[in-house]
Every structure is written in C-alpha cells, then in structure tokens.
Ligand binder design. Sequence first.
Ligand code: SF4
Length: 92
Amino acid sequence: DKIEEKLYQNRYRVDEGCPHVRIDASKVPSEQLKAMVDICPAGCYVEGENGKVEVVPDGCMECGTCRIVCQETGELEWAYPRGGYGILFKFG
Ligand code: SF4
C-alpha cells in the first residue's frame, strides 16, 4: 500500500473547543513559527492576516515537530490531546 492509503485509514477526532496546540497571538511570529507553515506534515499552520501565523490542529499527527522547532521561542502551548481525541492510528 502507498503511504497515503495508510494515512487515510487513520481517523481524527476533533476535541471541540479544546485545541491541543495554541499560539500566543500577542507575539510577533518568530522565523521558526513562520517556517512551520511549510514544515508541518499535516498542514496545520497557515499564514494569517498581518503576517500572523495561525494553527488549526485538526488532523495534527502529533509528530512533535512544531513543539521542538518552537521550543525556545515560547510561542506555543502544546499538549497531547485528551484520551480518545486526536489522531487514532490504525495499525496493521
Ligand atoms: Fe503539525 Fe506535527 Fe505540530 Fe501536529 S505536532 S501541528 S502535525 S508539526
């Protein structure tokens, strides 16, 4: 199987009103945060208005890349989704 087909088998459960990745919007986005628009494998980061970066973590694969990349900038609040939410990997 192709990886796309495998990924398609994963299901994503959105925890409404409780996003597990948040950006501190009061700060001017760092280069690291802006880079996430291209880096995030799930396309969760988008460039918004006034050069701000927005995150919509629906579909987030919990790869942790944004957490590591933005670790020192302090712009991200990142936590694993509550049990039963987020990506549900299907194995086999
Ligand atoms: Fe994207 Fe990975 Fe960050 Fe989720 S953890 S928002 S998939 S970079």
